[in-house]
Ligand binder design. Structure first.
Ligand code: TGC
Ligand code: FAD
Length: 394
């Protein structure tokens, strides 16, 4: 395996990174090489999330790493944060997903929309990994179109009563707190911090996944769950509040996909150099070289996109439509690269002793969640044409 700084870097992006950014990446890379890669195939097959990683990543302050240090977070810039996501997903999309949800979808809304008391209560514990969060936006009949959600929040005395079902929720049964999005009596979407142990709250894990198997995915059923008045995130009002959280997570995914692609490319390159067919290494054949070059070209484009996106985010000049373009591009590229790597590995490629098959199965989820490939096409399409193609055909 190449040294960290020598990993796929055809355009010398390493030279654009600061010492701090490299350190953030290399610290997580070492953990992933040691604790994730040697055993993730077995965990994936067993359908288990490697829970002992939770405190280990907390010790390294990998959760919400781009949030301020005054709340126990690492206070890193967004490029360092992105590199952390890249390294986690080089291990497995499920590991990156765990950290993405914790940081971008739970800690971020608490930081952005919560009271000072909510921030102090949750952020330091979540940064350390001693408390876990999940994010409930999607419903059985409302995924791409979250505005169609059915979950309701009704005022009751000083508190609220929540009723509805959330579907496909990452970290659902691991969570100490669920960010639940619901419509109030004025049909306004609002965000709540809900304790899953409250009466009426049931969590059912989904065990039939053929993708993202090393990740916990659950259904959350809220049957007249009574929450106190301070459960509401006061500034989380309107669909835009939920969508801004998605921008944070999609940003991390654009980086994470590069990690999965790098893992596949490195594996395929090493295999192709060693594997002999028709009396010579398959790497000496034109068809295999073309495949490897295509993989490298897509990784390089994805790296440049993510890097510049990070610099834009740090400069406060990021538009959510740019994040859509990068998520759409980088995840689809990772998916294609993983399939190509699997093909280069021949029959061995279908086993979980190699990584390509797992990395080919995972992005079937990543290409769908956080906005499907199609949804991001339409987000960018709307931006460049001025026409909204989401709704009913005219
Ligand atoms: P639309 O009119 O487009 O938006 C309402 C308001 O929000 C603004 N906005 C955004 N702001 C920040 N970031 C974004 N990504 C934003 N998208 C929209 C928008 O400008 C508008 O503002 P204003 O001031 O004009 O009111 O609303 P719409 O109902 O037409 O929505 C369209 C659509 C399709 C873009 C949106 O609903 C969407 O993105 N759908 C996809 C849903 C999705 O991605 N769900 C993900 C669930 S969470 C998940 O999958 C976690 S996976 C685990 C992991 O991350 O690892
Ligand atoms: P649908 O919205 O029903 O889409 C079905 C198909 O129709 C797709 O191909 C889509 O692209 C297409 N389509 C939809 N609308 C249009 C249109 N206007 N034009 C053209 N094509 C269209 N959600 C959460 O809230 N929290 C989580 O933690 C979370 N984790 C997840 C983990 C996993 C493993 C998975 C699989 C999903 C997770 N999700 C989560 C849900 C995810 O965000 C949704 O699955 C996703 O947004 C798509 O919604 P849907 O599944 O309802 O598909």
């Amino acid at each position: 395996m190449p040294a960290i700084a020598e990993r796929v870097d055809y355009f010398g992006i390493e030279s654009l990174l600061s010492e701090d950014e490299r350190l953030a990446r290399d610290t997580i890379a070492r953990l992933v090489d040691r604790e994730v890669i040697p055993r993730i195939g077995r965990a994936w097959l067993a359908g288990e999330f490697p829970r002992d990683l939770i405190p280990a990543l907390g010790d390294l302050r990998a959760y919400g790493a781009n949030l301020p240090a005054e709340y126990g977070c690492a206070g890193m810039n967004n490029v360092a944060y992105g590199l952390i996501m890249q390294e986690l997903e080089r291990g497995d999309s499920g590991v990156r997903s765990f950290a993405s949800v914790q940081g971008a979808l739970v800690m971020y809304p608490i930081y952005e929309y919560g009271t000072e008391e909510q921030r102090r209560r949750w952020l330091p514990a979540m940064a350390a990994g001693t408390k876990i969060g999940c994010f409930g936006l999607t419903e059985p009949t409302a995924g791409s179109d979250p505005a169609a959600m059915q979950t309701r929040a009704r005022r009751s005395g000083a508190g609220w009563v929540l009723t509805g079902t959330k579907m496909w929720i990452t970290n659902g049964s691991l969570a100490d707190v669920a960010v639940v999005w619901a419509k109030d009596e004025q049909d306004e979407i609002r965000g709540f911090l809900v304790d899953p142990k409250l009466p009426g709250f049931a969590v059912h894990d989904i065990h039939t996944k053929a993708s993202m198997r090393a990740s916990v995915t659950s259904e959350l059923v809220l049957d007249h769950v009574e929450v106190p008045g301070d459960a509401v995130l006061p500034k989380a009002v309107g669909l835009g509040a939920a969508l801004r959280c998605l921008t944070q997570a999609r940003y991390g995914i654009a980086w994470g996909a590069i990690g999965a692609a790098i893992a596949c490319y490195e594996e395929a390159l090493a295999y192709a150099r060693d594997r002999v067919a028709f009396g010579r290494p398959i790497a000496a054949t034109q068809l295999i070289q073309e495949r490897l070059v295509n993989m490298l070209a897509e990784i390089t484009k994805a790296q440049l996109l993510a890097y510049h996106l990070g610099r834009l985010k740090d400069a406060g000049r990021l538009r959510y439509t740019q994040v859509s373009l990068a998520k759409r591009n980088n995840v689809r590229a990772a998916l294609i690269i993983a399939r190509e790597a699997r093909a280069i590995l021949g029959g061995y490629g279908i086993t979980l002793e190699y990584h390509a098959m797992r990395h080919a199965a995972n992005p079937e989820t990543v290409d769908t969640y956080e906005g499907t490939y199609d949804v991001h096409t339409l987000i960018v399409g709307r931006d460049i044409t001025g026409f909204d193609a989401f709704g009913a055909a005219t």
